[in-house]
Design a protein around this ligand. Sequence first.
Ligand code: MGD
Ligand code: MGD
Ligand code: MO
Length: 698
Amino acid sequence: MCHGGCGVLVHVQDDRVVKVQGDPGSPLSRGRLCPKGRASLEQLYHPDRLKYPVKRAGGRGEGRWERTSWEEALDTIAEKIKRIREDLGIQSVAIGTGTGRHHFMHVIRFANALGTPNWCEPGTAQCFIPRIITGIMTYGDLPIVDYYGRVNPECLLVWGHNPIVSGPDGEIQFRVKDCLVRGTKLIVVDPRRTEMARRADLWLQIRPGTDAALALGMMQVIIEEDLYDRQFVEKWTVGFDRLVDRVAEYPPERVAEITWVPAETIREAARLFAVTKPAALEWGVALEQTPNCLQTVRAVALLPGITGNIDIPGGWITGMHLVPEPDVLEGNLSREMREKRLGAQEFRALSGPDAFFPSAHAPTLFDAMLTGEPYPIKAFLVFGNNALLTYAQSRRVRDALASLDFLAVMDLYMTPTAELADIVLPAASWLEVDQITALPFIANNVVLAQQKVVRIEECRQDEEVFVELARRLDLPVGTEDLTEVLEAQLGPLGIGLDDLRRRGSVAAPIRYRKYEEDGFRTGSGKVELASGYLDHLGYDPLPYFQEPPESPTSSPDLAKQYPLVLTTGGRSQFFFHSEFRQLASLRRRHDAPIVEIHPDTARLCGIREGEWVWIESPRGRIRQRARLTDGIDARVVHVEHGWWFPEDPSPEHGVWEANANLLTNSGPPYDPAVGTYQLRALLCRVRPAAEGGPEWAA
Ligand SMILES: Nc1nc2c(c(=O)[nH]1)N[C@H]1C(S)=C(S)[C@@H](COP(=O)(O)OP(=O)(O)OC[C@H]3O[C@@H](n4cnc5c(=O)[nH]c(N)nc54)[C@H](O)[C@@H]3O)O[C@H]1N2
Ligand SMILES: Nc1nc2c(c(=O)[nH]1)N[C@H]1C(S)=C(S)[C@@H](COP(=O)(O)OP(=O)(O)OC[C@H]3O[C@@H](n4cnc5c(=O)[nH]c(N)nc54)[C@H](O)[C@@H]3O)O[C@H]1N2
Ligand SMILES: [Mo]
């Protein structure tokens, strides 16, 4: 139901799942489950699930639907694609998806098979991909924390991340908790006092959006005080001298002014991280949601490098890569099409022909829907994304989707996004799909099998739809059954899908210091403190700090009207983005969207605990319920993302009430290399909502 990784035992009686429990034999979770996992049956059999395909019966977004057959639905979609392909070219058909669910790589595979360069996801410029490409350009691979060997990390640097709630990317929360129990020293960089921050030896309460300055400042201390790993740096890195010059611009006193973290705390954190061995970096999505995304991620990424913690037991290691990703049929996309990808010319590390993991730039794509420039986008096929909730500036997204000739959405529920579609397809949930998943993501140290145990009504898994469409369109590739693709992935393991299912999972012992045999898989064969890849693409090869474009410092006039710094999206244990608001057991535990405000600020604004509050930014306003806490800086406000109210009337389902992305900004400036827009580090103001909460909350 999330990024996965917890092994379960599924009990079936008379074709019905009656119980889902943690599997004590699971190599990652060892029998434990989070509240979402325990709500699996509620999700599987929820009465509001979409059960068969429907087509629009009234005007777009009127909420009137008519049942249709899979045959008719797929024929209609194939016909639309054919028509647009003939009239305008296949690049005018775009494919959308959400974060790494089972079908993620298959969406890319399908887009490449179709021949369109325009697939997108709310995360590519805002989540994980910047960390992956930074890992590749710097270390030749994405490093992860070594929770898997005999040596426990002695120090964890947890940055913009709350893994014991979010457990993302297959680094599940239980592993992090187990690690902490063994007495690991903890440094947490977070504007909020999370559970991790509470447990920390050092908590650096940073001003949102200033992380690059802090990382550069910590490196300045480590280098100046000679605490870096001289031997490793000399033998295995390039660009150290240039890094020394760069960090000289960031002495702790200057960094303290930028970040609000006291200079002495910066020094302490730098020392603790540098002298404790082995140490590792546990970094999160908060680094990736401002227009200085890539250089922020790069700055933080270099800390384990200069301290010699790369690929050592208990350190920051590269993975075993037991199985490859599914073949995404990249060869099917011509150079010409790659150049045409929306964003390719400007955001060369996100969308360009030389990008490691190319996708379209979402704001450019929505603009093309609205304006027809640089060329029209006429159809959007969305597989698992509630776009009105997870892209910035939701009203603009709504306008873009409403302007399309054709919108198809595949989902588990009739979401506010699906309500705008011409055709809605019923998706299978996790107990209804076949897949293999290798975790943690990218590292692929453990391979797990997941198998379809039941089938609900006419729900199908997304991959089946891609194959059906590829066949209807007579595509030259991408027409094989899913099983064939999965078997091909298992090739290197020398076992078949049935074997893997019998075993449940396969793991391999970790090998360390792999670079001693064949070097780092970067252009230079070394750790690139100065990046040759960024240099080649025309970007600064060394990390730097840039003030967020909307902040008390960079937009002081605006700050007079919106004096508070806004950040969004810290995760809740009970939801996954916009999902699960229907599930009673989870909703009971977290019934309303929560805005966190410092008690002093609340007093100034006349806000009381538990009261409904308007949060306003230059782009819009929303209502959430106040939680007063001195765990947040008095100058900062945090709102939750993903809130809609399935119980509210169709077709809007309360999407304009509490949705954080009415406040965020999808406009420029963007990160020059990866096109990131502003989901965090914005400005806002708060005041009590005299009218109370939205209707449902009454
Ligand atoms: N339960 C649950 N789990 C999830 C998800 C979910 O929705 N629900 N989503 C999944 C996905 S796709 C992702 S990407 C991951 C994300 O999971 P994480 O990487 O853990 O990210 P968040 O919880 O969004 O934010 C982490 C912390 O960043 C802090 N923060 C906010 N702004 C800043 C800033 O400017 N600088 C710093 N240093 N910190 C800041 C927040 O206070 C928060 O505590 O979680 C995944 N797992
Ligand atoms: N303001 C703000 N916005 C954010 C973030 C933030 O921190 N702040 N975080 C961002 C991040 S990191 C990410 S990754 C994105 C995530 O964005 P998304 O992954 O797009 O998340 P959702 O909007 O919840 O959309 C997922 C939809 O897919 C459906 N679904 C679930 N499983 C399946 C399936 O197997 N098949 C199909 N077809 N549908 C399925 C769900 O019912 C849901 O409607 O959000 C981003 N948006
Ligand atoms: Mo994400």
